[in-house]
Write a protein that binds this ligand. Structure first.
Ligand code: HEM
Length: 525
């Protein structure tokens, strides 16, 4: 700035007032930002009797960069440790207020408190109409009704057992696809096989439909496109969720893509519902509901006061595809990755299967209870690689509530860092070591009662599909271990080489950044 210009700036009353305003804004921002937890917490500083410790992050942005990275669970665990905020940490992402716990007892307090029985609905979930589906519906009668219907007609032990045949058939088809891939390519990209197997499993249970993804027709191609677009939209970090003023600009095009997807989904699912309705003309509703066909039939059978309108029905059905497909496929991919890395553990599991089921006999759900080591492998993988390290779906404080001595204001998003808990050496001995034996030495439930390992969450909004998910993972794992010995692919695999890359990437679920490619060697009977 020249001397003359500098002089003018000082002398001009207008400019000095402007400068004054800027200075006030700057001081205000810094003061706000200096609140523990960052800017979104500033308004509540005087309200909170005991401030929750937390990082400031960047002015305005808060911890935004943590969530645009690929391992936010690790970054948040490290921050909590450094700030002595393992029990509870506060932070901001833009104008969204968060708390997160990396401690089993505090996690229990949050997840089991009805004050946290709501979920924050991101723009993509709202636009995809998921606020009318179980996972994002506000806590209340509508949500309770959906939980009750699905508990009775989709996730009941009887229904899960009723779908055993389907699961086994799909498992057998995966075994065939793997053989084919070995014959034609000499290796297997297992993620693809598991994804399509799992998608078919959900489509069969929920919609009564099966697709051939190896030789896809138009419907299979459309389904795969709808699913992958939905996964991407739900997994995207959307700036509008945290900076409301940006909302109307739709800078990332999320809203536009969601609306486009919703109209395609309406046509796709609407057609399936229509087919069911036509088939039912002249046929009475399913007898006691437990023997009814699929979940579409169940929803069509609902009595008047429970009946869902068409668009709610589509939202409920479609959500199941998202919740049920990749969680199962991704968990199995991590399990196989671990078994390739630890041949001795794989051999021990196969010896157990050979002794209990045999090499060629068809496995059934009831065999699994006699396979404790196989179950221990699944638990250890859930511990080391939880598919939802931040429990995927956060909770929202419905009203002001205390967590320990801290006041958490209504509207705060609450998270549990399950990954941090399962990797804490004060909670688990040798947490980095993959050692299924720990679950042979101590009985630990993964269903939500023991917060040291709650990969399905806990409390009112615990995963309703957990038993179905586990039944599927166990059955398919046994089929895959009965059929093949899993070894690393690639010349440099093994000592010194990268046999399996365990790098994580948290999208909607925690995926392997570089999908597992391995060899499946047929086991001789
Ligand atoms: C390995 C498999 C699975 C894992 C790790 C998993 C994990 C989770 C987690 C962590 C939550 C949030 C729980 C909470 O807030 O406390 C959840 C919710 C949910 N899951 Fe799963 N899940 C799996 C399989 C399934 C399957 C197979 C289905 C259905 C087909 C399903 C349907 C749901 C639904 C509907 C919710 C929302 C419940 C609500 O908000 O009331 N999940 N799941």
């Amino acid at each position: 700035m020249s001397l003359e210009l500098g002089f003018l700036v000082f002398r001009s009353p207008l400019l000095s007032f402007e400068a004054f305003l800027w200075a006030v804004l700057l001081v205000g921002t810094i003061a706000f930002w200096l609140s523990p937890g960052g800017i979104a917490w500033a308004r509540f500083r005087s309200k909170a009797s005991l401030a929750i410790p937390g990082p400031l992050g960047y002015p305005f942005l808060g911890l935004l960069t943590v969530f645009t990275g690929s391992t936010p669970h690790r970054a948040l665990a490290k921050l909590a440790e450094t700030l002595n905020a393992v029990k509870l940490m506060a932070f901001s992402v833009g104008f969204t207020r968060f708390i997160i716990s990396s401690d089993p007892e505090t996690a229990r307090e949050i997840l089991n408190n009805s004050a946290f029985a709501d979920r924050p609905v991101k723009e993509s979930a709202y636009e995809l109409l998921f606020h009318r589906a179980m996972g994002f519906a506000p806590y209340g009668d509508y949500w309770r009704n959906l939980r009750r219907i699905s508990a009775n007609h989709l996730f009941s032990p009887k229904r899960i057992a009723g779908f055993e045949g389907f699961r086994r058939q799909i498992g057998a088809k995966m075994v065939e696809d793997i053989k084919f891939s070995m014959e034609t390519r000499g290796e297997v990209l297992i993620k693809k096989v598991l994804h399509f197997g799992s998608l078919n499993n959900v489509m069969a249970t929920v919609f009564g439909k099966k697709y051939d993804f190896e030789n896809p027709d138009l419907a299979a191609l459309e389904l795969e496109e709808l699913v992958s677009e939905g996964y991407e939209l739900l997994g995207i970090f959307n700036w509008s969720d945290h900076f409301p003023l940006l909302g109307w600009l739709d800078l990332q095009g999320v809203r536009k893509r969601c609306r486009n997807l919703v109209s395609r989904v309406n046509v796709f699912v609407g057609k399936i519902i229509e087919e069911h309705a036509v088939k039912r003309i002249g046929v009475g509703p399913g007898d006691d509901g437990n023997n009814a066909g699929d979940f579409v039939d169940v929803l069509l059978d609902l009595e008047k006061h429970e009946k869902l309108n068409n668009s709610d029905m589509i939202a409920v059905l479609w959500e199941m595809v998202f919740r049920g497909t990749d969680t199962v496929a991704i968990l199995l991919e991590w399990i196989l990755a671990r078994l390739v890395l630890h041949p001795e553990i794989q051999a021990k599991a196969q010896a157990e299967i050979d002794a209990v089921v045999g090499r060629s006999k068809q496995v059934s759900d009831s065999d699994v209870q006699n396979l404790p080591y196989v179950q221990a492998i699944v638990k250890e993988t859930l511990r080391v690689h939880p598919p939802g390290p931040l429990l995927s779906w956060a909770r929202l404080a419905i009203h002001d509530v205390h967590v320990g001595d801290h006041l958490v204001p209504a509207g705060t998003t609450a998270m549990v860092n399950m990954w941090a808990i399962t990797h804490n050496e004060k909670v688990w001995s040798d947490p980095e070591k993959f050692r299924p034996e720990r679950f042979m030495e101590e009985e630990v439930s993964v269903m939500g009662s023991d917060l040291r390992l709650a990969p399905f969450g806990s409390g009112r909004r615990v995963c309703p599909g957990k038993a179905m998910g586990l039944a599927t993972v166990h059955l398919w794992l046994v089929q895959l271990l009965q059929g093949f010995k899993w070894v690393a692919a690639g010349e440099d695999a093994g000592v010194g080489g990268v046999a399996v890359d365990l790098t994580e990437h948290l999208k909607l679920s925690m995926e392997m950044k570089n999908p597992l490619v391995c060899k499946a060697m047929a086991r001789v009977c």
